[in-house]
Design a protein around this ligand. Sequence first.
Ligand code: SF4
Length: 124
Amino acid sequence: MAGVAVTKKERDKILKAGFDDAFIQRGNYYEIKSKNGRCHFLKNELCLIQEIKPLLCKIWPVYTIFKRDKKEILVVDCPLARKLSKKEIQKLKTMTKKVTKGLAMLDYTNVPASIKKKFKKLMA
Ligand code: SF4
């Protein structure tokens, strides 16, 4: 099962902090290894890399996808989403909009060509 996508920069930061090299390279980005849907860095229901967790984890349960050059910001239906207030969800959505370019790099396969081009250098 696919894990959370991270940029090279995020992976380097996690490795530099001394954590396992639990990443799988997917072209220009990485995924955190997971087993039975559980992230490698989840231990005793706590995130081992909480202080330096990747962007996608920080904004969860708000998620950005790209469909035929059209950006959509979704709130994923997970137990956490039901606990958040409308205000908190709105704050995450605003944060997501600000970091959309970063997310575009992660979800590289579905990114509009214009954005791909713009971020090609950063992905190297
Ligand atoms: S928050 Fe931590 S444990 Fe959860 S998916 Fe992200 S890195 Fe893994």
